[in-house]
Design a protein around this ligand. Sequence first.
Ligand SMILES: Cc1cc2nc3c(=O)[nH]c(=O)nc-3n(C[C@H](O)[C@H](O)[C@H](O)COP(=O)(O)OP(=O)(O)OC[C@H]3O[C@@H](n4cnc5c(N)ncnc54)[C@H](O)[C@@H]3O)c2cc1C
Ligand code: SF4
Length: 322
Amino acid sequence: MKEFKLAQPQNLAQVTSLPSDQRYFLMAGGTDLLDEIKNEIIDPGVVVDLKSIPDLAYIRSTDEKIRIGAMTRVSELAENSTIKTNYPVLHEAALSLATPQLQNVGTVGGNLCQRPRCWYYRDPQVECRKKGGSRCYAARGRNRYHAILGGGICHIVYPSDLAPALISLDAEATIATANGDRTVPLEEFYTLPRVDVRKENILKANEILKEVKIPPSKNEGKSTYVKLKERGTWDFALVSAAVCGIVSGNTFKDIKIVLGGVAPIPWRLEKAENLLKGNPVTDDVVKQAAKEALSDARPLKENAYKQDLAAIAVSRAVLSLV
Ligand SMILES: Cc1cc2nc3c(=O)[nH]c(=O)nc-3n(C[C@H](O)[C@H](O)[C@H](O)COP(=O)(O)OP(=O)(O)OC[C@H]3O[C@@H](n4cnc5c(N)ncnc54)[C@H](O)[C@@H]3O)c2cc1C
Ligand code: SF4
């Protein structure tokens, strides 16, 4: 492991005012960042420990929003009774994530900003495009776990379970910057590789994800998270589906579907949403909508199975809400 300096700021302003030419990395729980340092995928220079900043871990309910601080541990999210009762999709996603030990250390902010799991990226010997090289080794190499949608120049899948769940709930992200806070829909927080292949989100140097906010739950709203994995024990999603909807009689008045494990960003399935809205929810209608929406997929050599798996995840999640 290369040596690094540890900075322990006392407030967010000390982080947002760090010189932007300095090489530093933010550390929350460290479950991902320390792996990257140990495996020499990154050379951090300075590690900025966000744990030294007070009051970044909270789940607060107001009339307008539920506010979740970036340093809130995933286990706190999974155990919170308001989240469990009113936002099942988020509760189920938090519970499905990694192991109880990792849930106890990993934070919401860290989970939403974690780096990709592509094995070429995680191999210190390989300098692929994401690390500044000129090739995507997954494009023609081993790509069983890679993207079937939105890939292009880099075929990672975004690995977070919390991100699709939060996006299905219309969450917003508050970003601390040197000029004050700015808020964006979480859906717009993530960016495709074609925007900047080295990054997965819109954060600029010196910016920090400070909190996520979710709107109040609708009384008649229902939600769920379906995660399909290769192994029965802890694992990243091969494919996941976060679904929130309002069912009236046997019809969807409103529905939002976000997939994980299929694209470099959490992938909104608007085509399926439009096919389902206002239509009677039957097995055939749901399966047909999922199939049609996934006909846009462009699988690589080894991952065509994800197209069928994603349709199954969507159908299962949608039908469970009726
Ligand atoms: C064995 C294993 C299994 C796992 N399985 C799953 C799984 O099934 N599902 C899943 O979703 N995840 C899974 N993960 C990933 C795990 O959830 C993440 O490692 C964890 O959530 C990261 O949180 P952290 O607080 O430890 O972040 P850190 O490791 O501290 O940081 C992660 C990244 O986010 C950046 N960062 C952290 N906080 C902020 C912030 N507030 N603002 C801006 N940038 C920030 C850091 O600079 C770093 O690049 C797994 C990890 C491991 C090791
Ligand atoms: S998918 Fe992305 S991270 Fe993986 S080898 Fe290709 S460029 Fe690198």
